[in-house]
Design a protein around this ligand. Structure first.
Ligand SMILES: NC(=O)c1ccc[n+]([C@@H]2O[C@H](COP(=O)([O-])OP(=O)(O)OC[C@H]3O[C@@H](n4cnc5c(N)ncnc54)[C@H](OP(=O)(O)O)[C@@H]3O)[C@@H](O)[C@H]2O)c1
Length: 272
């Protein structure tokens, strides 16, 4: 099994790498196979956590990891990473575009224009940059699965999160287009919309997060949804019910409901 994951240096991506490595080790044990048969490509900007994760997974599960320190906004960097991964390990079975950022934004602030650009570039174009260079090898192999991490925040516009909600709404529509495009090539496309998951991204939230789920529990459910080739799934399931209701609420009721909704604080954008 060959898997490529972006945003692997923390949170959900890191938990997914652990989950797939654990599954591979369990399968190896069950089949008494001495050699590791799973290769995981780990991509993110920070090299140190990627190196540590690769070393931990090798020590704990004897899994081979290839690390790719890169920015998903850089299409050429992903082209190079994909070429290297395919040359060394073959076409991936699963590519997970998980890298993403979330920050509070307000349109009235001129300084937030660059923030909007960055969030869209990372959360939307980063996904396109991640999938594109792998598709030809999957087509040639006659199999493969592209998995995109969206968000419940992409179902309706949330206050104070114009950039994030817009980026995740775009991701949801983009992934649906991709899914129907890829059907004839036997390449499955899965959209995962997480609710609130305990990661560094949500650690900064100072409001109550309903149905908050630990990242290892989430990763196990995520891998199950991918295995079952689900088209669109919200995890945890309770947030799936909330997401369905969100879709049904008419705009005037949504405005009322969002009047006092908590949201991420707007911050300065020197992190970009
Ligand atoms: N946690 C939640 O409740 C929640 C809910 C809904 C959706 N999500 C989505 O789940 C995904 C993972 O989030 P998380 O909660 O695990 O957050 P996280 O812990 O902050 O992880 C984000 C990951 O994305 C990587 N990343 C960010 N910008 C990047 C860039 N320009 N290029 C390459 N990698 C980049 C980060 O690595 P580097 O900093 O090393 O680059 C990190 O590995 C995101 O798409 C997020 O929107 C999360």
């Amino acid at each position: 099994m060959n898997i490529f994951i972006t945003g692997a240096s923390s949170g959900i991506g890191e938990a997914l790498a652990h989950e797939y490595a654990k599954q591979s080790s369990l399968m190896r044990g069950a089949n008494s196979m001495p050699e590791s048969r799973t290769v995981i490509g780990l991509a993110a900007r920070r090299i140190e956590p990627l190196q540590k994760l690769a070393a931990d997974l090798h020590a704990q599960y004897q899994v081979t990891c290839a690390i790719y320190p890169l920015d998903v906004r850089n299409s050429a960097a992903l082209q190079a990473a994909a070429a290297d991964f395919i040359q060394n390990f073959g076409a991936p079975n699963i590519v997970i575009a998980n890298a993403g950022v979330s920050r509070g934004t307000l349109t009235e602030h001129k300084e937030d224009i660059s923030a909007f650009q960055a969030v869209m570039d990372i959360n939307v174009m980063g996904m396109v940059h991640t999938f594109q260079p792998f598709i030809a090898s999957m087509k040639a192999a006659g199999q493969g699965q592209l998995v995109g991490v969206a968000s419940v925040a992409g179902i309706r516009g949330l206050p104070g999160a114009g950039a994030y909600s817009a980026s995740k709404a775009a991701a949801i529509s983009y992934l649906e287009s991709l899914r129907v495009e890829m059907v004839r090539d036997n390449i499955a496309v899965t959209t995962i919309a997480p609710g609130y998951i305990r990661t560094p991204m949500t650690a900064v939230n100072d409001y109550k997060m309903p149905f908050l789920m630990d990242s290892d529990v989430f990763a196990h459910k995520f891998a199950g949804a991918v295995k079952n080739k689900r088209r669109f799934v919200v995890i945890p399931w309770q947030m799936g019910i909330v997401a369905r209701l969100m879709r049904l609420i008419p705009p005037f009721l949504w405005d009322l409901a969002m009047k006092k909704a908590p949201h991420k604080k707007r911050i300065d954008w020197d992190w970009l």
